[in-house]
Design a protein around this ligand. Structure first.
Ligand code: NDP
Length: 474
């Protein structure tokens, strides 16, 4: 075979599927992996799919790099963190000016920015590429969020465009901005995914514990919802998960799965980024907190023994739950996009919210009908807060009363709705022209002389608190 169009290192779950996708789209690909067993297994898989003639397996890194056409595009799909830095160091002496490394794992965006800055003066392009859609997406069409060196993006663009998911024929891939922009957007995508999943789980909890519905009945509801405004991949798979029956016991599988959720870090990174930027992201924070509480199973068992079982009755309808989920989702996406807009401003990335919504419409875990509406809304409006975009303001006005009914009924029924209730609280805080931070400012000045502002009198004013207290006591 002549030289390969592109190279890929790391034939784990994601790397192997991406490589098969690339070969299937007609590109030749050189592949390499630390352990040779994975190279052999990959070659077998490529043979089974009739793609072996486009695959160039190379266990030796030097031979691998030399087998890729110049300017080289080399994908790294290894474990995030130190393995990425180690791989960059191994590749560096083997690459030529103008070549590019495309790192496609779930890397922390600040690591990507650091690597981009490190490689730029050496003439090596660095692209931090967020890939969403799991193994299935990698194999048949993921959503691809590219950040980093623009020149080298153009070299890799034909391959990435051909393998990306398509929404009505439009590829779900875009170069979003320099440095860590792609991985930042992927991180917030995952944060939004956490919020979506948690709100779905909360609604399921209301159906199960508040309305006494079994898994099959819940599955029916989610299937129906998937035909309406909530239509999305996560609603669809929720229906499938709820209807699955365990072959051994004959009972719903979901009832047997332990109620302890795992997390790998992107949700926490999203929440930290939001906090550092000073952007409220209560839905993401709530979702991360809910997973942490879920992992403390023994503590929860002890607490239930102490406080007693929840009474769990609610007075709401399935339609209320659908509308509540829609309203919660609007708030969660509002927050996620606000975090992105703020980071873009701080980093000078020039991120386009409409483009991001567009490339999330297919291939990724949060793909939904809703994102198509969002792409149009951001395209036609300068607002970065979705709640202020007219089309979404109309939706929110219609759906928020149901969110209020669900949250209040859930609270009285002792059902935990961390994400839904924090979304409602955000909405109510955001829409109040007169808040309560006047009191906070008074307190801050009282104990720390931090100052406050009075319209018409100026900023950085102080109260003479000892005499004000004395005066009030008289
Ligand atoms: P796997 O665990 O399936 O594969 C990990 C790969 O990394 C293997 O090829 C492994 O090689 C290689 N590797 C690990 N450590 C080193 C090292 N020190 N030096 C060289 N190679 C190393 O992982 P995934 O494919 O699931 O994930 C890869 C990346 O993609 C991660 O960043 C992950 O977060 C991200 N991701 C995963 C998704 C998923 O759904 N799984 C979705 C989106 C992104 P070896 O065979 O030698 O061990």
């Amino acid at each position: 075979m002549s030289k390969a169009d592109i190279g890929l290192i790391g034939l784990g779950v994601m790397g192997a599927n991406l490589a098969l996708n690339i070969a299937e789209k007609g590109h030749t690909i050189a592949v390499n992996n630390r352990s040779t067993a994975k190279i052999d297994a990959f070659v077998e898989a490529a043979q089974a799919e009739g793609l072996a003639e486009r695959v160039l397996p190379e266990a030796d890194l030097v031979a691998f790099v030399q087998s890729v056409k110049k300017p080289r595009s080399i994908i790294i799909m290894v474990k995030a963190g130190k393995p990425v830095d180690d791989m960059i160091e191994q590749l560096l002496p083997l690459l030529d000016e103008g070549d590019a490394i495309l790192e496609c794992g779930n890397s922390l965006f600040s690591d990507t920015q650091r690597r981009f800055d490190y490689l730029k003066p050496k003439g090596i392009g660095y692209l931090g590429v967020g890939v969403s859609g799991g193994a299935e997406g990698a194999r048949h069409g993921p959503s691809i969020m590219v950040g980093g060196s623009k020149a080298q993006w153009h070299d890799a663009e034909p391959v990435l465009t051909s393998i990306a998911a398509k929404f009505k024929g439009e590829p779900c891939v875009a170069w979003l901005g320099e440095g860590g922009a792609g991985h930042f957007v992927k991180t917030i995508h995952n944060g939004i995914e956490y919020g979506d999943m948690q709100m779905i789980a909360e609604v399921y909890g209301v159906m199960r514990d508040g309305l006494g519905m079994d898994a099959a009945a819940c599955a029916e509801v989610f299937k129906r919802w998937n035909e309406g405004p909530l239509n999305s991949y996560l609603i669809e798979i929720t229906g499938h998960v709820l209807e699955a029956i365990d072959g051994e016991s004959g009972t719903p599988l979901v009832d047997m799965i332990l109620d302890r959720a795992g997390q790998k870090g992107t949700g926490v990174w999203s929440a930290i980024a939001a906090q550092q930027l000073g952007v409220p992201a209560t839905a993401i924070e709530g979702a991360v907190a809910a997973r942490s509480i879920s992992s403390r199973k023994q503590e929860r068992i002890a607490a239930e023994a102490l406080y007693g079982k929840r009474q769990g009755k609610v007075d709401i309808t399935i339609d209320d739950l659908e509308q509540a989920l829609l309203a919660g989702k609007i708030v969660s996406y509002t927050q996620g996009f606000s975090v992105i807009a703020s980071a873009s401003e701080e980093q000078g990335w020039g991120l386009k919210l409409a483009t991001i919504a567009r490339i999330w419409r297919a291939g990724c875990i949060i793909r939904s009908r809703f994102l198509d509406q969002m792409a149009s809304a951001f395209a036609g409006d300068a607002a970065t807060n979705l709640l202020m975009v007219p089309a979404f303001a109309t939706l929110m006005k219609e759906a928020s009363p149901a969110l209020r009914r669900v949250v209040s009924s859930g609270a009285l029924g002792e059902l935990p709705l961390i994400c839904l209730s924090s979304s409602l609280a955000y909405f109510d805080s955001y829409r109040q022209a007169r808040g309560t931070a006047n009191l906070i400012q008074g307190q801050r000045d009282f104990f720390g002389s931090h100052g406050f502002e009075i319209e018409g009198r100026g900023a950085d004013l102080h109260g003479d608190w000892p005499s004000l207290v004395e005066q009030a006591a008289e």
